[in-house]
Design a protein around this ligand. Structure first.
Ligand SMILES: Nc1ncnc2c1ncn2[C@@H]1O[C@H](COP(=O)(O)OP(=O)(O)O)[C@@H](O)[C@H]1O
Ligand SMILES: [Mg+2]
Length: 265
C-alpha cells in the first residue's frame, strides 16, 4: 500500500484585495504502512496544509494525492469513506480535537459506531476498552467515564491515538501530535507510537518542527521551506550530511536532544 503526493500544490485564493498564498508547491511524498516518515520545517512552511491534503480534508489545487494509484479527487463516496479509515489523523490536542462535553468512552465509541466497527452497546464498549488498553490506558474501565479535562495532556493524546487506531488505519498523519507535551510525557507517547508501528504495522507521516524528536523516531525525512520540499533523505543523510543550506540552518537552530526530549535513559 502506498500513499503518494505527486506534484501536489495548494494555493489559498485571496479574499478581495489580498494576495493569494502558495502554501504547498509541487510536493512529492510517499508513505507506506510501517514507515516512520517525518516532515519538518519552520512555522508557515506548509506542513499542515500538506497534512490536510494527505488526509483528504482539502483538495489539491493541482497535482494529486493518491492511495495505491487511485487519486483522492476521483474517488467515489464509498472509496472515500474507506480512505478515511485507512489514512487517519492524530492532531494536537490543544487544537480542540477532543469534545470537552463527551467522555472518553463516547469519544472513541462514536467512531466505532459511525464506521460499524462493532454493533450493540456491549460490543462497542469492549472495542473501546481493548483500544484504550492498546494505548496504555489501563485499567481501561477507569477511563471510560472520564472527561478530557480529567485527563493529563499525555492521556488526552493517547485518547486521540486510540480514536485513530480503533479504525484500523494503515497510515496515520500526525501533525504536531506531541509538540505541546512535556519532555518525559512526549517520550512516552512517542514510544507508544513506535510500539503501535511494530504491533499493528501502522505507518506514520509525522509532522513536526521539533527536530530532536525526528532524530529519535523518524526513518525518512522531508524538509519543507516556503511551501516546497527542499530536501529529502534518510534520517542519517539529513542529520549527518544535509545538502540544502536551509536544512543546515534548521539543524543548527534546533535544541539539543536532551532539552527537547528529556535526558537519555
Ligand atoms: N485556510 C487558509 N487560508 C489562507 N492561508 C492559509 C490557510 N491555511 C494556511 N495558510 C497559509 O499557508 C501557509 C502555510 O501554512 P501551514 O500549512 O499552516 O504551515 P505550517 O503547518 O508549516 O506552520 C502559511 O502562509 C499560512 O498562513
Ligand atoms: Mg502546522
Amino acid at each position: 500500500m502506498l500513499l503518494e503526493a505527486s506534484n501536489a500544490s495548494k494555493t489559498f485564493r485571496a479574499r478581495r484585495g489580498g494576495t493569494s498564498v502558495d502554501a504547498v508547491v509541487n510536493a512529492n511524498l510517499q508513505a507506506r504502512p510501517g514507515d516512520f516518515v517525518a516532515i519538518v520545517g519552520e512555522s508557515g512552511s506548509g506542513k499542515s496544509t500538506l497534512a490536510r491534503m494527505l488526509l483528504g480534508l482539502i483538495p489539491a489545487t493541482s497535482g494529486s494525492v493518491a492511495l495505491d494509484g487511485t487519486d483522492l479527487a476521483s474517488m467515489s463516496k464509498t472509496q472515500r469513506i474507506r480512505y478515511r479509515r485507512t489514512v487517519q489523523a492524530v492532531l494536537q490536542d490543544p487544537a480542540g480535537s477532543l469534545n470537552p462535553r463527551k467522555t472518553v468512552g463516547r469519544i472513541v465509541g462514536e467512531v466505532v459506531r459511525l464506521h460499524n466497527i462493532a454493533r450493540g452497546r456491549d460490543a462497542v464498549v469492549d472495542t473501546v476498552a481493548e483500544t484504550l488498553e492498546l494505548v496504555g490506558m489501563v485499567p481501561a474501565a477507569s477511563f471510560l467515564g472520564r472527561f478530557p479535562h480529567e485527563l493529563s495532556g499525555g492521556q488526552r493524546q493517547r485518547v486521540l491515538i486510540a480514536r485513530a487506531i480503533v479504525l484500523g488505519p494503515r497510515i496515520i498523519v500526525a501533525d504536531e501530535a506531541v509538540s505541546a507535551l512535556d519532555a518525559s510525557v512526549k517520550a512516552g507517547v512517542l514510544q507508544l507510537m513506535d510500539d503501535l508501528r511494530r504491533r499493528l504495522g501502522v505507518g506514520y507521516v509525522f509532522i513536526t518542527h521539533d527536530l530532536p524528536v525526528v532524530k529519535k523516531v523518524a526513518e525518512y525525512v522531508y524538509v519543507m521551506k516556503s511551501g516546497e520540499i527542499v530536501e529529502e533523505g534518510t534520517k542519517d543523510q539529513i542529520f549527518t550530511a544535509p545538502e540544502h543550506p536551509y536544512t543546515t540552518t534548521l539543524l543548527s537552530a534546533a535544541p539539543t536532544l536532551a532539552a527537547s526530549y528529556g535526558p537519555p535513559e
